[in-house]
Write a protein that binds this ligand. Structure first.
Ligand code: SF4
Length: 469
């Protein structure tokens, strides 16, 4: 059965309710491989110090990506599944910045000072919980520790309720050139049901200011599947976003897991849209964005044709990291702050998840790392396979065989056999020496990637991931 997509769009021919329903199952988002549930406590501060010092030493090392996590928010959104701390006590931010500076010093000790950075991202929580002076302090500390390359992407997540056009001007003066606005939905009933009230006019005025200030790219996050949403109400939000014309749109599926995320217990399950309504919302939103000139990047992301992400996709230069799709080459990611996850060389590691633990490690003069994972050769091979599928939509056996010295047909005989069912559904083409994701397959690309995930062996391990669509 076809989903009603109005006005007609290229997605109409590709998306069917059957397809979306078949793949409406939990699955990893592959911002890392293996996924974070594989990390273990045998990897701690000493191991992190070792990997930081080893592969990155030397002035010729490629530029880094840096992420800084600011955990604070003033008010709780009921759908929230993030690692955050709700507080109105802004003095906690200064203490946190002290700790961040201590962590930064420990990292730079191992890494060497003034390493080039081509991508810097502040996320949360709400980074705009920090005052202008605190943001200045943080950017100065980062600027002293690292050397931003001239074309670097410097981005920040913005809660529209915490900024003004003047604040956006201050962020621009600090070097930020990309903004990501948390919008979620413009409908007043939905906003009340999730305890996040922000008007269309507020977001419109901020986006207009951001354009005047010369930000290179503006992103808007939306969520479907929220309480009180209907296909009709969400179409209005999609149309309003179309009016604002952000360069990028991220459309996430709400996963209602109140046993896991306490804030979600405030959502009345009876207010949630039905599975059929969710699928209609997704189909209509995809159609709505595409008919307004947005291209589908993959997973939850859409971009206007001249946005760097769309250009990178056309040129086969798309990558994937903890922030999602990225134009940056597959570089090491150094992540700072409570709960932040780094990827350095062939290892991933995560910082302490609570503020007391984070502060205590730093007070001992230790990196605040509590768990991590060293990739085996098999993991590194599968990571390259999964990222090729997720980013390029194509797996060329030659390239992987050259980098990893394996015979793809033999090594992945079982997986290639499993792909036949997806090929029969028109989601992949099995070619001589390659796997090609089809246009329809892009909409469920992580279901294709999951075939190559060795760690996804049992239903228990799969429990808790967000949905494939
Ligand atoms: S959704 Fe974002 S702004 Fe809302 S409580 Fe969670 S982290 Fe804070």
């Amino acid at each position: 059965m076809s989903i009603v997509i109005d006005p007609p769009s290229p997605a109409r021919a590709l998306l069917t309710e059957d397809l979306l329903r078949r793949f409406d199952t939990p699955g990893p988002r592959y911002t890392s491989y293996p996924t974070a549930d594989r990390f273990n406590e045998a990897f701690g501060p000493a191991e992190a110090a070792e990997v930081l010092a080893q592969p990155l030493a030397g002035q010729s090392a490629p530029p880094l990506s840096v992420y800084v996590h600011i955990p604070f928010c003033e008010s709780l959104c009921y759908y929230c599944g993030c690692n955050k701390i709700i507080t109105r006590h802004h003095e906690r931010a200064a203490q946190y910045l002290d700790a961040l500076e201590r962590e930064l010093a420990l990292v730079v000790q191992r890494l060497g000072s003034r390493r080039a950075v081509s991508q810097l991202h502040l996320g949360g929580g709400s980074p705009t919980f920090l005052s202008d002076d605190e943001l200045t302090r943080l950017m100065r500390a980062l600027g002293a520790a690292f050397r931003l390359t001239p074309d670097s992407e410097v981005s920040i997540e913005v809660d529209p309720r915490t900024v003004t056009p003047a604040r956006l001007g201050h962020l621009r003066s600090l070097g930020f050139n990309r903004l990501s606005f948390g919008v979620q939905d413009f409908d007043a009933d939905v906003q009340q049901a999730v305890h996040r009230v922000q008007s269309f006019e507020m977001v419109r005025d901020l986006m207009t200011s951001a354009r005047t200030l010369g930000y290179a790219s503006i992103n808007a996050d939306l969520i479907y599947g929220l309480p009180k949403q209907t296909p009709q109400s969400f179409e209005r939000t999609v149309s309003q976003i179309g009016e604002l014309r952000p360069d990028r749109i991220a459309l996430y599926a709400y996963a209602h897991l109140p046993e896991r995320f306490k804030p979600q217990r405030r959502i009345d399950a009876a207010d949630l849209p039905s599975p059929a309504q969710r699928i209609a919302m997704l189909g209509n939103a995809i159609g709505g964005f595409m008919s307004r000139g947005y291209g589908y990047i993959g997973m939850d992301h859409f971009a206007l044709p001249d946005d760097a992400l769309a250009v990178a996709k056309r040129e086969g230069r798309l990558h994937r990291n903890f922030q999602g799709y990225s134009t940056q080459p597959d570089c090491d990611l150094v992540a700072l702050g409570v709960s932040a996850i780094s990827r350095v060389g062939a290892a991933y590691y995560q910082n302490a998840k609570t503020l007391p633990d984070y502060h205590a490690s730093l007070a001992r003069g230790e990196l605040p790392v509590v768990r991590g994972y060293r990739l085996s050769e098999d993991d590194a091979l599968r990571r390259d396979v999964i990222m090729a599928l997720m980013c390029q939509g194509r797996l060329d056996f030659d390239a992987i065989e050259r980098s990893h010295g394996v015979d793809m047909e033999a090594y992945f005989a079982r997986e290639l056999q499993s792909l036949r069912a997806l090929a029969d559904s028109g989601l992949v083409e099995l070619q001589d020496g390659a796997v090609q994701v089809t246009a329809a397959g892009w909409f469920v690309v992580r279901a294709i990637a999951m075939v190559f995930d060795r760690h996804l062996q049992s239903a228990r391990e799969r429990h808790g991931f967000s949905r494939v669509v």
